[in-house]
Design a binder for this molecule. Structure first.
Ligand code: ADP
Ligand code: MG
Length: 321
């Protein structure tokens, strides 16, 4: 099997055909036509076996997740996804594996009408890198540096489910696979919050996607915006599955677990009602968890107003021995 046969069999024929793709897979490069009124938003993320996923990962879930984490970054910028590139290094050609991987990938691509327009394929240790490209109206992208004192802090969805699933897999805190069955997909097949990001881009003063845990990622917003934040522990949204385990695990997975792929946005007070109404009308979950304050500290307060010290701060590469 040659590289070209792999490309032809699994990637060149695909479900999404956009009119703005002038030239897709098959030439030296792709050619796309962005509308003149739009800005182009570009992001990339690599997933490496043994670092980001287990070697025995379900290939369909991997295909989904590799694209989902990139679409999550586009969502955090307020961009609608348009195109993507796929770089694959494979230790061997396993047709069943490739078939399932491509299926998971193409299924999510179809959901968001994002077209695969090229990539690279090589032998090597198993790794998947995707570059995703999206479109946002001129000047409307959401950045990390726009939060201002007085803005309200919101998160989409629920936090901590992916970390809870990972905890069950590691047998931590006596949490079992059965306990977390209802939220298993949160780790394996995260949903990028595209509707949320696109909907909130006209209202939010800043945004970030929560990939390394709320504390770490909200921390990036505070640093970039040169502000502090006060977060109410009791307001952190968690799933019913998470709540049922809370006596054992506490809230640290929700605060610092990672792999949530929810959005954290700040909204000026004047736009808070509009943001909350938009979420209601669009049918997505948006929970107010605190506010931006002057300074540079992240204060987490429990229900008695006492400062809460989480035991973990979030995932960072290279810092763990
Ligand atoms: P070149 O040698 O000109 O860089 P390649 O041989 O790497 O081109 O790829 C041939 C064509 O197949 C290109 O259009 C490239 O974008 C596409 N391609 C290669 N690998 C992938 C992949 N994993 N997914 C999608 N398209 C791919
Ligand atoms: Mg070439």
């Amino acid at each position: 099997v040659t590289e070209f046969e792999i490309i032809r069999a699994y990637f060149a024929t695909q479900p999404v055909q956009r009119a703005d793709v002038r030239l897709g897979i098959g030439d030296d490069a792709a050619v796309v036509q962005a509308p003149p009124s739009m800005e182009t938003v570009i992001t990339t993320d690599v997933l490496v076996a043994g670092v980001h996923f287990f070697d025995d990962v379900d290939p369909a879930a991997l295909g989904h997740k590799a694209l989902a984490v990139n679409l999550s970054d586009l969502a955090a910028m307020g961009a609608a996804p348009a195109w993507f590139l796929l770089d694959l290094t494979l230790p061997k050609v396993d047709k069943a594996w490739l078939e399932a991987f491509a299926h998971g990938l193409h299924e999510l691509a179809l959901t968001y009408q994002v077209q695969l327009i090229g990539g690279d394929t090589s032998s090597g240790p198993l790794a998947v890198a995707i570059t995703a490209i999206g479109l946002v109206p001129q000047g409307k992208s959401m950045r990390r540096d726009g939060a201002r004192p007085g803005d309200l802090i919101y998160v989409t969805g629920t936090l901590g489910d992916a970390a809870l699933v990972l905890a069950a897999r590691r047998g931590e805190y006596g949490v079992t696979a059965g306990d977390v069955a209802a939220v298993r997909q949160r780790l394996e097949r995260p949903d990028p919050r595209i509707a949320e990001g696109v909907g909130l881009r006209d209202l939010a003063s800043s945004a970030i996607d929560i990939s390394d845990g709320l504390i770490a990622d909200l921390g990036h917003v505070l640093e970039a915006s040169k502000v502090g934040a006060r977060v109410n522990l009791g307001a952190i949204p968690v799933s019913a599955t998470y709540r049922a385990q809370m006596r054992k695990i506490g809230l640290d997975y929700a605060l610092a677990g990672g792999d949530d792929y929810e959005l954290c946005v700040t909204v000026p007070r004047a736009d808070a009602i509009r943001a909350e109404s938009l979420a209601l009308a669009s049918g997505f979950s948006l929970t107010r968890i605190g506010e931006i304050i002057i300074g540079n500290t992240l204060e987490i307060l429990d229900s008695m107003g006492r400062p809460y010290q989480p035991k973990r701060k979030g995932y960072e590469h290279f810092t763990r021995g």
